[in-house]
Design a protein around this ligand. Structure first.
Ligand code: NAD
Length: 496
């Protein structure tokens, strides 16, 4: 194990054995308490290193630094200056991408094979945000009042933003906050998840190299109930951007009441994926499988409720089973791996618990359903799993499992598919596979979720973005609409 860590050291100084510091006010600092926590590799349990354990005092320091930067030199940067910074950052992230990807894979497990897609997505998002620096203008209207009034609006940066992100894709999700903050002239205190902090710290180093002024981005590593809670409650934070579970999100909304912060919450899901009999099954079978098995099911909008029209159910299940058996599970660092480990022991217990529950509830296990042993026994590996004969009221069809588990539910016609698809408390993603344009349109209009895909899954154009609905949250990430949330509008009325 020690040898492995030495090998990682050649990948990045993130694995050099020295405790990793936090980034506050442009300085790399230890936690005020002096405490650290361990981070390990979910593929084999190896210790990767120690990270500063920030808490209330560190959050206070970081918010002070972010406020100082917001009121200081940073406020004088022109939109062009911020655009140039974002473009330099995009180039640096692009040229260091393999290192960032490897850090992320070693710490949270996702396959390194996701690299090309992620690179395009992340570098594309940063370059898109650079184009948004002028999306901060107000507007003027002709006077409609009796008298010589002139009225116009200004849009100003909202101030200090607190960001709290999960472990399932920090390499990407940090940018849904850093990007709009830099585009609008806000400042940020970012708290990454305890299971995946290293890639965020390395990104902060690269941003420093790109010329980021002190205090504009601060990274406080630490635990949710201490550092995260302190940030959500902080009286001098103007906005919170949270991505994580619905339960934690509810707490974030309550905590934001302390000073009526603006809040954006992107939460969990149980997204419907609907296969009609006329679908191109050569695309729909792998598409529906990877809509759940990508990142071992640890994706917020995974299409975990798979509705299949009954006339093709038998054939579909056979093909889905055959495809699932071809998938390679293993350490994410192996380029041929398609499913990596689950992020930690807690997730492993949770997912294997649902394997048992599915059978107890009367669903039929089609394929998978076991933890993997042998040379994978030290990691958190499970088989990609499909249950059929699932009813929408079973817990495996209602609760977010966050693991590679598909629940197949049959339907007769579009009306029934829609009724079942919308019978959930969530509203994040969803897809329809059909060759019929009218079916595609109608389902896109009527599925109650923030994103609908037709004949594809999980594709997000960063210049459009995505959001949440119902218990999957509210707000928007990416695209021009997100910028609004980082600004506040003023009405200026002049009596001339
Ligand atoms: P989580 O809610 O446990 O943790 C998310 C973040 O919140 C972490 O940084 C954690 O430290 C912090 N946190 C925990 N308790 C806190 C508290 N009391 N106060 C403040 N912060 C706190 O979620 P997770 O297990 O890390 O991530 C998985 C969840 O995230 C899933 O539900 C998934 O669907 C969701 N998710 C949603 C999206 C989206 O865009 N909608 C994207 C990715 C993940």
């Amino acid at each position: 194990a020690v040898e492995d860590v030495r090998n990682y050291a050649s990948v990045s100084h993130m694995f050099d054995g020295k405790p990793k510091k936090m980034f506050i006010g442009g300085e790399w600092v230890e936690a005020a308490s002096g405490k650290t926590f361990e981070t390990s590799n979910p593929a084999n349990g190896d210790l990767l290193g120690h990270i500063a354990e920030g808490d209330l005092e560190d959050i206070n320091r970081a918010v002070r630094a972010a406020r100082k930067a917001f009121e200081g030199e940073w406020s004088k940067w022109t939109p062009q200056d911020r655009m140039a910074l974002l473009l330099r950052a995009a180039d640096l992230i692009e040229s260091h991408f393999q290192e960032l990807l490897t850090i992320d894979t070693l710490e949270m497990g996702a396959p390194i094979s996701r690299g090309p897609f992620m690179k395009q997505m992340i570098v594309g998002a940063i370059r898109f945000y650079s184009s948004q620096v002028f999306n901060t203008a107000g507007n003027t209207r002709p006077n409609s009042l009796p008298g010589d009034f002139r009225t116009f609006t200004l849009r100003a940066p909202v101030g200090v933003v607190g960001g709290i992100i999960p472990w399932n894709s920090p390499i990407l999700s940090q940018w849904w906050l850093i990007g709009p903050v830099l585009a609008t002239g806000c400042t940020l205190v970012l708290k990454p998840a305890e299971d995946a902090s290293l890639v965020v710290l390395r990104t902060a180093e690269l941003l420093e190299q790109a010329g980021l002024p002190k205090g504009v981005l601060n990274v406080v590593t630490g635990f949710g109930p201490t550092a995260g809670q302190a940030l959500a409650e902080h009286l001098d934070v103007d906005r919170i951007g949270f991505t994580g579970s619905t339960q934690t999100g509810q707490g974030i909304i309550r905590a934001s009441a302390t000073n009526i912060k603006r809040v954006q919450v992107e939460l969990g899901g149980k997204s419907p994926d609907i296969i009609f009999a006329d679908a191109d099954l050569d695309k729909a079978v792998p598409g529906a499988a990877m809509a759940v098995f990508a990142n071992s099911g640890q994706v917020c909008f995974a299409g975990t409720r798979l509705f299949v029209q009954k006339s093709i159910q038998e054939e579909f299940l056979e093909r889905l089973q055959a495809f699932t058996k071809t998938l390679k599970v293993g350490p994410g660092i192996d380029p041929s791996t398609q499913l990596g480990p689950l992020v930690n022991r807690k997730q492993l217990e949770r997912v294997t618990g649902y394997f048992e529950l599915g059978t107890q509830e009367g669903a039929q296990l089609v394929v998978g359903g076991k933890r993997l042993g042998g040379n994978l026994a030290d990691g958190n590996f499970v088989e990609p799993t499909v249950f059929s004969n699932v009813h929408n009221d079973m817990r495996i069809a209602r609760e977010e499992i966050f693991g590679p588990v598909i629940s197949v539910i049959g339907f007769e016609d579009a009306e029934e598919a829609l009724k079942l698809a919308n019978d959930t408390s969530f509203g994040l993603g969803g897809a329809v596979w059909t060759r019929d344009l009218s079916t595609a349109m109608t389902m896109s209009e009527k599925i109650k979720s923030s994103t609908v895909w037709v004949n594809c899954y999980g594709i997000i154009d960063p210049s459009v973005g995505f959001g949440g609905y119902r218990m999957s949250g509210y707000g928007w990430k990416g695209g021009p609409d997100q910028i609004e949330g980082f600004l506040y509008q003023k009405n200026v009325t002049m009596n001339l």
